[in-house]
Design a protein. Structure first.
Length: 380
C-alpha cells in the first residue's frame, strides 16, 4: 500500500512545515540517572530512531525535582541539564526532524516516597491515595513557574516545539479529572476550574516561547470509568469525552499550536486484533482524536495501536488526525520511519502488543521484535 498522506508535508502554525506526518512520541528509556542528565544511551536511542521522522518529541522531562516520575528521568530543572539536551536537539535536527521536548510533572504519581522519602503533591487527597499531600495555592503557582522556567531552558537548548504533558494521570491530567480533583477553590469543581491549571501553564509557556517555538499539549481527553458502584463504595465521577473535547477547545484558545490526543488514565492498551490482520481497526485511544480534530483548528496528533504504515495512512485519510505518533512500533523497530520513507515498509519488524504489558516498561531486552532484529534495548 502506498502512503502518500503519511509522507506529505504539513504546514505549521506561524510558518514552516514538517517534511511528513510521522511523529516519534515521547519514549522514556530511564537512563538519565539521579542528575537527570542526557547520557550516551539517549543519544544512541535517538540516532537509531529519528531518521525518517518529521517531528520528534524528546521523552517526558521533569520541570521540578519533586515532580519526577522516577529517579532516572530526564530533567529541565537545573541549568546544568541544558548542554546535554542541546546535544540531543542537535542530533534530532541533523537527522532531518523538528526537535520537540515534553515538559512533565508527575504530581501524585511520582515515586518520591520510595526514592527520596518525600510526600508527593497532587490536586486532592482521594480515597486509595492518602499518601499524597494536597497542593496549596502557592505551590500550584510555583509549579506553573517551573514549567515556564523549564521552557526557557528548552529554548536555550534549541528545541522548536514544547509539549506540555496533560495526560496519562500525571499532574495536568489529575487537575482535569473530576476523579482526582476534588478541590473547592478556583482550581477545582467546574470544567473551567479543572482546566485552569493547564490553561495557566499554557499561557506561561506561550509567554516564554513567543514565536520562537511551537507549543503543544499531550491531552488526556477521557479516562476509563471506575469500577461499578457498591453500597459501600459509590462510583466516583470520571473524565468523559464530551468534557475532554470541551477542554481541548478551551486550551487550544489559550495559545496551543498543536494537540497530541491521548487518554487520561485507565484505558487498556491495544490488543492484537482478531480476524483479518490487514483490516484497520482504530483502537479506543486513537478514536479520541477525531472529535478533538473536529473541534479545533490546530493540527492534532493521533496515537495508540498504530504499528504499520498502512494503519498510519488509514488514520490520516479517515480523518482521525493530522499526524500520527508511532510509539510501540518504533520501540519494536527503531528504523520504522526510515523503512517507511525509503519505501521498505514490508521490512518493518512489527510490534505484536505483548501481554499483559509491553516488555519495554520492565524488561526491554525481551521485546520479541528487537530480538528478531538482533538488537538490544533502546539506547544499548
Amino acid at each position: 500500500m502506498d502512503t502518500p498522506t503519511l509522507l506529505s508535508p504539513l504546514d505549521l502554525p506561524g510558518g514552516g512545515a514538517l517534511k511528513n506526518r510521522i511523529v516519534m512520541p515521547p519514549l522514556v528509556i530511564w537512563k538519565a540517572g539521579e542528575a537527570a542528565l542526557v547520557t550516551e544511551d539517549h543519544l544512541r536511542h535517538y540516532r537509531q530512531t529519528v531518521p525518517g521522522c518529521g517531528l520528534v518529541m524528546v521523552e517526558a522531562t521533569a520541570v521540578s525535582p519533586e515532580g519526577r516520575l522516577a529517579a532516572t528521568q530526564l530533567g529541565l530543572f537545573e541549568d546544568r541539564q541544558i548542554p546535554g539536551l542541546r546535544r540531543l536537539a542537535d542530533t534530532i535536527r541533523e537527522a532531518g526532524a523538528l526537535p520537540g521536548i515534553q515538559l512533565h510533572h508527575a504530581g501524585g504519581r511520582t515515586d518520591m516516597i520510595k526514592t527520596w522519602g518525600a510526600t508527593p503533591l497532587a490536586p486532592s487527597v482521594i480515597p486509595g491515595n492518602e499518601e499524597v499531600r494536597e497542593l496549596t495555592e502557592s505551590q500550584i503557582l510555583r509549579i506553573i513557574d517551573d514549567f515556564a522556567t523549564a521552557a526557557r531552558r528548552a529554548l536555550e537548548a534549541g528545541y522548536e516545539l514544547l509539549e506540555l504533558h496533560g495526560a496519562h494521570g500525571y499532574l495536568g491530567s489529575q487537575f482535569l479529572s473530576p476523579r482526582t480533583n476534588r478541590r473547592g477553590d478556583r482550581w477545582g469543581g467546574s470544567l473551567e476550574n479543572r482546566s485552569r491549571f493547564l490553561h495557566e501553564v499554557i499561557r506561561a509557556v506561550r509567554g516564554v516561547a513567543g514565536n520562537r517555538a511551537l507549543v503543544s499539549c499531550r491531552l488526556g481527553v477521557a479516562e476509563a470509568p471506575p469500577a461499578e458502584a457498591t453500597p459501600d463504595s459509590p462510583r466516583p465521577p470520571h473524565l468523559q469525552v464530551t468534557e475532554g473535547v470541551d477542554a481541548a477547545r478551551r486550551l487550544a484558545a489559550a495559545g496551543l499550536d498543536m494537540i497530541h490526543v491521548s487518554h487520561a488514565g485507565g484505558m487498556s492498551a491495544p490488543s492484537e486484533p482478531e480476524g483479518d490482520p490487514e483490516r484497520f481497526r482504530p483502537d479506543p485511544v486513537l478514536q479520541l482524536a477525531r472529535p478533538v480534530r473536529e473541534a479545533v483548528t490546530v493540527p492534532v496528533i493521533g496515537v495508540s495501536g498504530i504499528v504499520t504504515a498502512e494503519d498510519a495512512e488509514e488514520a490520516l485519510t479517515r480523518g482521525y488526525c493530522n499526524l500520527v505518533a508511532i510509539g510501540r512500533g518504533m520501540l519494536a523497530d527503531p528504523q520504522w520511519a526510515r523503512k517507511v520513507t525509503e519505501g521498505r515498509p514490508e521490512e518493518i519488524e512489527r510490534c505484536i502488543h505483548c501481554k499483559p504489558r509491553c516488555f519495554h516498561f520492565k524488561e526491554p531486552e525481551k521485546c520479541p521484535a528487537r530480538r528478531k532484529l538482533g538488537i538490544g534495548p533502546p539506547g544499548a
